[in-house]
Design a protein around this ligand. Structure first.
Ligand code: COA
Length: 178
């Protein structure tokens, strides 16, 4: 098997270009059985990290900005979305997350993400911490609990001390709110 040069590129959605965006969308729909158009939309409007093997995209992660309400403050969160590495090319996840974490540490109050069951250990090994308190969302009809997400939210503290047992409320969006 001939392997091309692998490379990592980080760019805002506006600078990726249509072919790279289409490749990222295609990769994520192949990595996640339950990927939706809303999930893809959630990955847009921020910074993408892309792992390329020559002209072939093998990994992707996004950091987008969200507001997370914590102790009465709307924290600026670098929210990680759409982390996926092609099943036959695993081993690039760490580099993709390192790029995302650099962006988070340089620009946000904290990092946050909603993990799949299987990837918990991957994030925990990188220093991400499971949120322990109740989670909720700021919906158009008020704050609503998101109990089904309580065990899936991980944070990366940056500049604001966080009590992981406190309440954490995310801003509103269509599809999965976390
Ligand atoms: C999760 C995912 C992105 C990780 O990417 P990857 O290329 O497999 O990760 P890496 O090989 O770079 O892993 C880095 C380290 O984390 C460890 N690791 C990887 N996945 C892990 C997991 N699920 N649980 C525990 N540790 C894990 C690796 O063993 C490696 O440790 P090492 O540095 O001690 O060798 C990838 O497996 C994937 O795309 N999974 C399917 C989609 C998914 O669940 N994405 C997460 C969405 S929230």
């Amino acid at each position: 098997m001939m392997l091309g040069m692998t490379s990592l590129r980080t760019a805002h959605t506006a600078d990726l270009g249509a072919p790279a965006l289409a490749a990222a969308r295609g990769l994520l729909f192949s990595v996640f059985d339950d990927m939706t158009d809303e999930d893809w939309e959630h990955a847009l409007g921020g910074m993408h990290s892309l792992a390329w093997d020559g002209a072939e995209l093998i990994g992707h992660a996004s950091v987008i900005q969200r507001r997370l309400v914590y102790q009465g403050r709307a924290l600026r969160a670098g929210y990680v979305e759409a982390v996926g590495v092609r099943a036959d090319r695993r081993g690039r996840g760490a580099a993709l997350m390192a790029a995302a974490e650099r962006i988070i540490r340089g620009a946000y109050d904290l990092g946050a993400l909603g993990t799949t069951e299987k990837a918990r250990g991957f994030y925990a090994a990188r220093g991400w911490q499971p949120w322990q308190g109740p989670t909720s969302a700021l919906t158009p009809s008020g704050i609503q609990r998101t109990a089904e997400d309580d065990d899936a939210i991980y944070v990366l503290p940056v500049s604001v001390p966080l009590d992981l047992a406190g309440e954490l409320t995310c801003d509103w969006r269509g599809g999965d709110v976390w």
